[in-house]
Design a binder for this molecule. Sequence first.
Ligand SMILES: Cc1cc2nc3c(=O)[nH]c(=O)nc-3n(C[C@H](O)[C@H](O)[C@H](O)COP(=O)(O)O)c2cc1C
Length: 156
Amino acid sequence: MATRAIVVWGSTTGNTETMAKTVANGLAAEGWDVAVRECVGVSAGELADYDLVVLGSSTWGSGELQEDIAPLYEELAFTRLDGRAMAVFGPGDSSYDRFCHAVTTLEERLRRRGAWLVTESCRVDGVVEPKLPRVLAWARRLGAAAREPAPAPEDE
Ligand SMILES: Cc1cc2nc3c(=O)[nH]c(=O)nc-3n(C[C@H](O)[C@H](O)[C@H](O)COP(=O)(O)O)c2cc1C
């Protein structure tokens, strides 16, 4: 039975970290045994130890990944993720042109490597704290949905 989850985050000013802790609480409330790790030093290979992998990144520059998570993102280009239960979250600011584009970038990589994106991603606009109840609800939905078997891969 699926039991082990990991939440890996990259954060410059602490907002993604705050979201990550809330995501972990939501998964724990659904019965998952959750590890929460800052992305620095986390290798793509380690993620195979978990039944559910959740990645979080804020967006910087003009739509770029948070800098610390970029090495893991690069490594994932060479990692098979077929049928792996995964999900993505992140904060951003819709006053920028490419709102939460790092979330989209991560989603695309995971999908291309064959991962099962269990739910739609969680994007938060602006100040994170007032939105944490929504983040918690998202994580609980994710935790429940990830217990189901992965759907059969679609034909290309
Ligand atoms: C210089 C700068 C560039 C940013 N670029 C974007 C962007 O392109 N898209 C976006 O949605 N948010 C952008 N943001 C907003 C950050 O993603 C947002 O403040 C986020 O909460 C930071 O999260 P962190 O503290 O976890 O790094 C930018 C912020 C700054 C200061």
